[in-house]
Ligand binder design. Structure first.
Ligand code: OFO
Length: 164
């Protein structure tokens, strides 16, 4: 299950990298910066799991990845996909935590609590960003300010979401 989680985190990193490229090529430089950083964070999430598995005597498997063709109709569509993806990741983490309790593996259970908290923040951030985009709708000025503000916030920061 932890190797499956490694694959999922690597997939997140890859997907957000592809989203960053899409944003950069479509004139949303601020959003691209945000997504490049988010992609790096997901790689860190993967690495944390890789090291844990190896340290505990397991064998981490580095997955082959493919995100396929990534294209979006709008910024809103990007963040809808991001939220949907994160909800899937949360479900997977919850399954790992459930199994830890079944197996009485309290060490892995304690380790996974970091991911439980992280998912709370990531989902909240994605929802927050989506709410802003729904308000802005297709207003070009609003999208410009949104993109400019997103450049400066951390991918894991709920408090600093853009106010455009
Ligand atoms: Fe690793 O938190 Fe998103 O996927």
């Amino acid at each position: 299950m932890l190797n499956k989680q490694i694959e999922l985190e690597a997939n997140s990193s890859h997907l957000y990298l592809a989203m960053a490229c899409w944003a950069e090529c479509n004139g949303y430089g601020g959003t691209a910066n945000f997504l490049y950083r988010h992609s790096d964070e997901e790689r860190m999430h993967m690495l944390k799991l890789v090291k844990f598995v190896n340290e505990r005597g397991g064998k981490a498997i580095i997955p082959n990845l493919s995100v396929g063709k990534v294209s979006f109709s709008s910024l809103k569509a990007v963040f809808e996909k991001l939220l949907e993806h994160e909800m899937g990741v949360t479900n997977s983490i919850n399954e790992v935590v459930f199994r830890c309790l079944e197996e009485k593996d309290y060490t892995t259970h304690a380790f996974m609590q970091w991911y439980v908290t992280e998912q709370l923040e990531e989902e909240a951030l994605a929802r927050n960003v989506l709410d802003k985009l729904k308000l802005i709708d297709n207003d070009k000025g609003g999208l410009y300010l949104f993109d400019r503000d997103l450049a400066n916030i951390q991918a894991d920061s709920v408090a600093n979401t853009p106010t455009a």
